[in-house]
Design a protein around this ligand. Structure first.
Ligand SMILES: Cc1cc2nc3c(=O)[nH]c(=O)nc-3n(C[C@H](O)[C@H](O)[C@H](O)COP(=O)(O)O)c2cc1C
Length: 200
């Protein structure tokens, strides 16, 4: 059975627009791919610590010199990487907070970017080591940012996932959700329409 990994990073739980729409995406995906197991990684209810020197030290440690504390830090990271590797597709609920991704999501990215495990440097540049798979990003924003310098998320997310080998990143936008009821309804409608076409 294949797996869809749903990563939530909205701070308002099921009231988050990004999570609500990611849930909708998962429902639509399941309707078309019934033999799918859904794994939910909620980065807000199960927060990940900010990257620090101890964690980087654990990542760089060798098996013979590794302390039990370093092994625990390594296991935590490896568990997240295994979960991401095992998925056939990923849907990421992505709010915009203060012109960037939620810090909870950045902490996750810092755990899954591992030299020699998810990427390596070669003579011709960096090479992602994860097997490619679709990553569907549900981007909820209060205002409108697509194609403007204020959209710091689209390029960053594509660059990051491409760096670890996931090049098939598709964005589904819900923009203007804080600009009145009509704008929010239009954003939801556009996002639902886009997701119905994303994996048809
Ligand atoms: C702390 C905070 C910061 C926000 N910053 C921005 C912003 O920089 N640009 C924007 O367009 N909307 C901003 N918004 C609005 C959110 O993008 C919008 O509410 C969106 O639905 C967030 O996703 P969520 O509902 O999944 O949490 C902000 C909202 C919050 C709570």
């Amino acid at each position: 059975m294949s797996t869809l990994l749903q990563i939530n990073s909205g701070i308002f739980g099921d009231h988050s627009n990004s999570t609500t729409l990611a849930n909708e995406f998962t429902s639509q995906y399941l309707a078309q791919h019934p033999a799918t197991q859904v794994v939910v990684r909620d980065l807000v209810s199960q927060p990940i610590s900010h990257l620090d020197a101890s964690t980087i030290g654990a990542f760089a440690s060798t098996e013979e010199d590794r302390t039990p504390e370093q092994q625990a830090l390594l296991d935590f990271s490896q568990n997240l990487i295994d979960e991401l590797s095992a998925a056939e597709a990923v849907v990421l609920g992505l709010p915009m907070y203060n012109f960037n991704v939620p810090s909870q999501l950045k902490a996750y990215m810092d755990q899954v970017a591992r030299a020699g495990v998810t990427f390596k440097y070669t003579e011709t540049g960096p090479e992602g080591l994860l097997a490619d798979k679709p990553v569907y990003v549900i981007a909820a924003r209060g205002g409108f940012h697509q194609g403007q310098p204020s959209d710091t998320q689209t390029g960053f997310i594509k660059t990051f996932f491409g760096f670890i080998g996931l090049h098939n990143v598709q964005f589904i936008y819900a923009e203007g959700v804080n600009m009145g009821d009509d704008a929010k309804a239009a954003a939801y409608s556009a996002a639902k329409d886009a997701m119905s076409k994303a994996f048809a």
